[in-house]
Design a protein around this ligand. Structure first.
Ligand SMILES: [Zn+2]
Length: 185
């Protein structure tokens, strides 16, 4: 049994977040996980290296042991609490453009999505943005990834609906790549 695991690390719940509702991130986490499991399933139908997909939501103080093919996406409160920036990278593009839901820094090998921009009564944007950033880190491609893509992998995607067949084929091509991400950030 070889699993591809996408980890979502919750950097939101541990900080003060007066602009979030009283229930915080909890109610949305399970729905995001289930959406992503559904999105990733078709990929391993194509890439038979993996026999299952797993999606895990983990708290900030937990550093999961990662396989070299696993992906971790940090769920941060907003662009000002960026893990990428804290690790020496820049998210100036995201600070300048509030339509950007997530950023992947290919140099520091960090994916993050911005909770304040994603969650508007639905977990679909958060799940979709995590899928999109996972594609960037797996393919090691910057915005050139968007060229010729549709669905969840084009530029400025609409994350209602589901990833397209073309998206799944692209992900399947790159899913086995060893990315050796760090989990303790
Ligand atoms: Zn992109």
């Amino acid at each position: 049994m070889t699993a591809f695991t996408l980890h979502l690390k919750d950097k939101v719940s541990s900080i003060d977040r007066p602009y979030f509702d009283k229930d915080g991130i909890g109610p949305v986490a399970g729905r995001v996980v289930n959406l992503l499991k559904g999105y990733l399933g078709p990929i391993i139908e194509i890439n038979k290296t993996f026999t299952k997909v797993d999606v895990r939501w983990s708290p900030d103080n937990w550093a999961p042991a990662l396989l070299d093919t696993d992906v971790i996406v940090y769920v941060v409160a907003n662009a000002n609490t960026s893990v990428i920036a804290a690790s020496g990278g820049t998210v100036a593009r995201a600070i300048a453009d509030t339509n950007i839901l997530g950023i992947t820094d290919l140099n520091s090998k960090i994916c993050e999505v911005y909770f304040d921009r994603c969650f508007q009564g639905s977990p679909k944007e958060l799940a979709g943005a995590a899928y999109h950033e996972a594609a960037h880190i797996k393919s090691n491609m910057d915005d050139t990834l968007h060229n010729g893509q549709d669905g969840f992998l084009k530029g400025s995607p609409d994350y209602n609906g589901s990833p397209s067949k073309k998206n799944a084929a692209f992900m399947a091509l790159h899913l086995g790549k060893k990315v050796n991400l760090r989990s303790g950030l």
